[in-house]
Write a protein that binds this ligand. Sequence first.
Ligand SMILES: Cc1ncc(COP(=O)(O)O)c(C=O)c1O
Length: 415
Amino acid sequence: MELSDFGQRFCGESGISSLMEDLGEALNNNPEILFLGGGNPARIPAFEALLAEHLKSISADENALHKLLGVYQSPQGNELFISQLADFFRQRYDWPVSEKNIAISNGSQSAFFILFNMLAGEGAVNKKVLLPLMPEYLGYREQIISPDAFAGTAAKIQLIGDTQFKYHIDFDALAINHNISAIAVSRPTNPSGNVITDHELQELNRLSINNNIPLLVDCAYGQPFPGVIYTEAKLQWQPNNIFVLSLSKLGLPGARTGIVVASEELIQQFSRANTVMSLACGNLGPQLASSLLQANSMNDICSTIILPYYQQKRQLMLGLLAQHFKGLAYRVHVSEGAFFVWLWFPELAVNSQQLYERLKKRNVLIMAGEHFFYGLEKSDVHSQQCIRLNFCQDEAVLDQALAIIVDELKKLHCL
Ligand SMILES: Cc1ncc(COP(=O)(O)O)c(C=O)c1O
């Protein structure tokens, strides 16, 4: 069978497809694997118990059950959910939005596919999306149908003490020319756990407005929900913004629900494209989240269940790292959000993919950092020296995995 250009690009191996293969293997088939790889959220019993209650009441109500299983959603998404979201954003966050500014998608990944391809690729001029803080989420990497449609700018590195570092946007290096049609950033950033500062966000908004291009903010881990942010950060929607939210990191990756908040015009265009691609979105996520909003419990869930859970895991992971990695040449990115630690080994004797392969043979799954660096004019050695570890697992798993990682690093002379 001969594949089209599209087929060749999308059916081959990619960072995101091998990440999800690893994840599927570890979480569905082979639980013996020490899984510190992909971005699955933690299993939080208190959240699961709450969801079980809401699911029970949906299934006990004939009309709600019919709406869950027997009806296609409207193109823009479940009307009740959208109107609750509009109230929530207006009342709790003071965002100037109405129902016309919100659309639902089947997970935020598919929303990005549509948005990036709406905004970049072939046209009168070949357009690119600027990613101002590289490394950035590897799931964007293959999404634009035209090749090479991301322009990345390497982050500036600030060394902090002996064992930490932090990325900053290098505004002097950002080149916004007529080829750039949008700016996109995840906040908190996957993979580093960086949260771009309010000032950096303000500057990006200024560039977006001055150049008349949208600023996409991927809020998968951040505000308004699940709010997995360990530092101070404000988020204010304004009409040049496209905010993309997700229910996944709240604990509902199986519900595949994303939410786009953007100008009325863009929402209308997005909804049409989403209908062509998916016909309609799934009902489970919208209906469950609608039930949570109805009970007025979304903010409480984030602040009393989700955030404390990850804060405690983060403390645990940072403590274990300090213990296991003592004496090793390593730095960890300051952990400001999400549920990963991003490690840099400045003396690593192999690249991060080779380290990943060596660890996989020992039953430990991590994320090799180099896949998170793309769209750059030139790559530097830093991009080969980082790995990402998910800290959602139990202490025993983290402890065992870190011991094996250290052992492997010692073999590679990172002492
Ligand atoms: C930064 C970021 N954005 C978007 C997504 C996509 O999530 P979903 O499609 O489950 O909403 C992920 C998933 O890991 C992510 O890490």
